[in-house]
Design a protein around this ligand. Structure first.
Ligand code: ADP
Ligand code: MG
Length: 706
């Protein structure tokens, strides 16, 4: 056998190319449909036989094709829509590559009957492999006909038997055709659509899609997807995101009452082009998972307009997929807007006594992330390049990147033993024991009786409170990219001064001094927001008498916040009942704090577990309780939740004391700072809490001089 390279015959090349563009009858139909829309048609009728393989006919009343253009109509790269490459940027029609008709003529028998308004008669031509065939001299014959174009595609893939064999049944191919016509008919509202098949011998065609020209979108959706969808439909105009190139975005989506278990593929149009956008589908489905009962599916129609220069439609031969710039940001924005809208619908919800509209999400539910931490993951950090890609490091700039390398703490571990305890004989946490809870939170139920606490983790549920979502968004808005990146990439060096809560971290070639009290308070607050209503649980053996604890500790220590007045016993008693007992549902549901009325004494039996492996300093519990009663705004839902979360965060920050015990140091280094590395969004207000104290090139200069 000869190994010499020979060019393929031209018609083989064309056929191969055509087969890539036209992979199934529905692709051909989509191209023809788009041509008709481009031609300004107001009525488009589709007729098929045998799933479009035997016959695919499309009749439109558009502008028609000029007689003079017919000879080159099916040549590759002939188009009336694009003249220069620059035009691609501003393309506003469906077609632009001039490939569709050419391709079809290479894999099927194609004929055209067309009439422009100005022409006295219609013209008919047959095409094969890009050229006009048959008929009279020129192959183009005058015939009688109406304004517009009839395109007839017969015997699709007659010359590619392997493709014919690979195609699904004709009924499946037909259902794909119906799908395309249906979706376009929802999107293009000023055009009437009809789709029929003629499969029985000589019988009447069956009509599967029929929408009249003047029909509104909602009625079209009703017509195609049924009344159940249409009756539960919400129209939503999403704010443009100009900076990211999203000029417009309109949705018709079902509400949270939509009772449907069938999965309906989302209808997504980008710049009027029907596309599939899996990341968008996933994002929206996961939003809905929080609102719909398990297994229920929404209907989604979205039409986006992206600035043409941000869009690449050439990534897929059939133009089915498109790429656009800032995809993540735009998808996040859309998903969040839908989320906010769905959350705002339920106006009946009442602060604190409401039943949260959550449905437990279960493992294995497709598309549904088991743990829903919508906005607080530090995902955006990926936008930054890892250090080593940012610049090449020279030897004198070498940084420690090996975490197993010794840190300062190893040398300065203080040996002061610490037993923190809370009065009222209820809690005794021996800080001498480290409590490490495995990462795998699903199966956790650790009962560590030596600690007097046991830890459980509950099944995760989604949060639909607008205030929490707003608070989450505030954190995001205040994010400092540089600082967040720094914390995500930092290497912990050691505690510099425990009393003043200073520690050193290294990033790149720089050494920073950080107020870890402030940073940890923010971390715990963010964890509180992210895991809201989904905390683990720390059980307090025997429970704590809230009022007893406050009176014994706070007044004794006079640790009052500015503006707080010491309260009389009676007043305090009333407040404890009001804030804790009367709100016990809220405490339990949102914070995993179990409040119990034990013969007239208000007891607290559990606390939320914010980070596995970290037990808050119990000595601060009384302060926490007191401030929750007296230092939180209880009038406004958002302020109240933010206030409680802030106090909870402050409570979790390691206690300030003269010297830290070994375990606190250990916790800061091995539990808390790793958590910062993993999931911390540094906000702008932390800028003052971190200062650069040295950089390696600078130090080298100093040493060179010595
Ligand atoms: P493209 O749409 O990318 O321009 P096509 O191969 O789909 O390429 O079509 C080639 C040209 O044929 C179009 O640019 C248009 O001028 C003309 N054309 C095709 N279909 C129609 C139609 N239904 N009505 C009017 N003109 C049409
Ligand atoms: Mg086209």
């Amino acid at each position: 056998m000869s190994n010499r390279i020979k060019p393929l015959a031209k018609d083989v090349v064309n056929r191969i190319a055509a087969g890539e563009i036209i992979v199934a009858p529905s692709n051909a139909l989509k191209e023809l449909l788009e041509n008709s829309v481009d031609a300004g048609a107001t009525q488009i009728d589709v007729l098929t036989k045998n799933g479009g393989l035997k016959l695919l006919q499309i009749i439109d009343n558009g502008c028609g094709i000029d007689r003079e253009d017919l000879p080159i109509l099916c040549e590759r790269f002939t188009t009336s829509k694009l003249k220069t490459f620059e035009d691609l940027k501003a393309i506003s029609t469906f077609g632009f590559r001039g490939e569709a008709l050419a391709s079809i003529s290479h894999v099927a028998r194609l004929s055209v009957i067309t009439k422009t308004k100005d022409s006295n008669c219609a013209w008919k031509a047959h095409y094969l492999d890009g050229n006009v065939v048959d008929g009279c001299e020129s192959g183009i014959q005058p015939v009688a006909g109406k304004d517009g174009t009839v395109l007839v595609v017969e015997d699709l893939f007659y010359n590619i038997p392997s493709r014919l064999r690979a195609l699904k049944s004709s009924s499946e191919e037909y259902s794909k055709i119906v799908d395309v016509v249906s979706k376009y008919s929802i999107h293009i509202n000023d055009v009437g659509f009809c789709c029929q098949r003629q499969d029985g011998r000589g019988g009447k065609p069956t009509v599967d899609v029929m929408v009249r020209k003047g029909m509104k979108r909602k009625d079209r959706i009703r017509n195609i997807y049924g009344s159940n969808v249409a009756n539960n439909l919400l129209e939503l105009d999403i704010d443009p995101l100009e900076d990211y190139g999203l000029a417009k975005c309109q949705c018709s989506i079902t509400n949270t009452n939509f009772d449907n278990k069938k999965s309906i593929a989302p209808v997504v149009f980008i710049n009027n082009r029907l596309v599939v956008c899996d990341p968008l589908r996933r994002a929206i489905n996961s939003i809905y998972a929080a609102y719909l009962p398990k297994g229920h599916k929404p209907f989604i129609y979205i039409s986006m307009e992206i600035q043409p220069e941000n869009l690449d439609v050439n990534v897929h031969p059939t133009k089915r997929e498109v790429r656009f710039l800032n995809e993540d940001e735009i998808i996040d924005h859309i998903a969040l807007s839908i989320d906010t809208h769905l959350a705002s619908l339920d106006t009946s919800r009442k602060f604190m006594t409401q039943q949260v509209l959550t449905h437990k999400t279960e493992i294995g539910d497709e598309d549904v992330p088991i743990i829903k931490k919508p906005k607080l993951n530090v995902k955006k950090i990926q936008d930054f390049k890892p250090i080593d890609q940012m610049k090449k490091l020279y030897e004198h700039q070498m940084v420690r990147t090996d975490f197993s390398q010794t840190t300062l703490n190893t040398f300065v571990k203080s040996q002061v033993p610490e037993q923190s305890h809370v009065q009222g004989d209820s809690i005794l946490v021996d800080n001498g024991t480290t409590l490490f809870v495995p990462e795998d939170e699903e199966v956790l139920d650790v009962d560590n009786s030596t600690l007097g606490t046991s830890i459980q983790v509950v099944e995760r549920s989604a949060v639909n409170l607008i205030s929490i979502k707003e608070l989450r968004r505030e954190v995001e808005t205040n994010m400092s990219k540089e600082l967040t990146h720094l914390f995500a990439q930092h290497i912990f060096v050691g505690i510099a001064d425990y009393t003043r809560r200073l520690c050193c971290i290294q990033y790149d070639v720089n050494l920073y001094l950080v107020d870890f009290g402030a940073v940890l308070a923010e971390l715990f607050y963010q964890i509180g927001l992210a895991d809201f209503a989904n905390f683990g649980k720390i059980e307090i053996e025997g429970g704590v008498d809230i009022k007893g604890l406050i009176t014994s500790e706070i007044f004794g220590n006079e640790q009052l916040m500015d503006g707080m007045e010491p309260l009389g016993d009676e007043e305090l008693g009333t407040l404890v009942v009001e804030r804790f007992l009367d709100m016990s549902d809220m405490w339990g549901e949102y914070f995993n704090i179990e409040i119990e009325d034990r013969d007239g004494t208000v007891m607290m039996n559990t606390m939320p577990l914010l980070i596995s492996g970290y037990i808050p300093p119990w000595s601060k519990l009384s302060l926490f309780l007191w401030r929750v009663i007296n230092g939180v705004n209880w009038e406004d839902e958002k302020k109240c939740l933010a206030g409680v979360l802030r106090q909870l965060a402050l409570f979790h920050v390691p206690a300030s004391q003269k010297a830290a015990d070994a375990d606190t140091l250990d916790h800061v280094e091995n539990v808390l700072f790793p958590a910062i590395k993993k999931r911390f969004i540094a906000t702008d207000n932390l800028t003052g809490d971190i200062v650069e104290i040295a950089n390696l090139p600078g130090l080298y200069k100093v040493f060179e001089r010595c």
